[in-house]
Design a protein around this ligand. Structure first.
Ligand SMILES: N[C@@H](CCC(=O)N[C@@H](CS)C(=O)NCC(=O)O)C(=O)O
Length: 215
């Protein structure tokens, strides 16, 4: 089984953390080009991460995570605390799933805004739709951070485990810190999660380097 990833990709980092936590028998295949080339053979969206398991390609980070957790759920390692056995708890499925969706929306908004800035795609006053995307993404980012803060606690998003939700937050915040900073601090619950897991082995092993297009 191969997991195609880019070192600097926050979506890839979520999948890599999960694969490492589970001890999944993955060969980690690095895409060194951007945009990634090798995945074109397996993923119509041409993005990392992409998982290839024999004849099956799995893409979309959330589905890759679900696939890994379903196939390798018994092999959890890491901790303490232990890695979560499930993406969502049956007793609190809708809450846990909603947090994942919010995290996915947050990361997408952060990445979209960064690319708007890096590509110089500015709003034109004569545009057909008078919709200023970059400020809208920023508003979305802060509203999502505030909403997530309401669900966070010092013990993480889910009690007694290192969860996918925690891993997703770490990848997202790590990416903003290494790319275009946003004001995520001042939210004690989120800060506590980052602090609690920053030394965890899977988190350290997937650390991103600082990269900016002008360096
Ligand atoms: N919705 C996708 C997003 C993945 C994504 O945006 N990957 C980026 C790297 S972080 C990528 O491969 N970009 C290259 C491209 O879009 O051409 C997922 O959940 O996996």
């Amino acid at each position: 089984m191969q997991l195609y990833y880019s070192t600097g990709s926050p979506f890839s980092r979520v999948a890599r953390i999960v694969a490492l936590e589970l001890g999944a028998p993955c060969e980690f295949v690095e895409e060194t080009e951007f945009p990634p080339k090798q995945v074109e053979a397996f993923n119509p969206a041409m993005q990392v991460p992409t998982l290839v398991d024999r004849t099956r390609s799995v893409f979309g980070t959330k589905l890759i995570v679900e696939y890994l957790m379903t196939e390798f759920s018994a092999a959890g390692t890491g901790g303490p605390p232990p890695f979560a056995a499930q993406m969502t708890r049956p007793t609190d499925h809708w809450r846990d799933a909603q947090i994942l969706i919010a995290l996915e929306a947050l990361l997408s908004a952060i990445v979209a805004r960064s690319y708007l800035i890096w590509t110089g795609a500015e709003h034109r006053p004569d545009a057909v739709i008078p919709y200023e995307l970059a400020p809208r993404e920023l508003k979305r980012i802060y509203r999502l951070l505030d909403w997530l803060e309401g669900e966070a606690s010092a013990a993480g998003f889910l009690p007694d485990v290192f969860s996918i939700q925690d891993a997703w937050l770490i990848s997202t915040i790590g990416w903003t810190e290494a790319r275009i900073a946003i004001e995520w601090r001042g939210r004690p619950g989120l800060e506590a999660i980052i602090e609690r897991y920053s030394d965890r082995e899977s988190v350290q092993a997937t650390n991103l380097g600082v990269w900016r297009p002008d360096t």
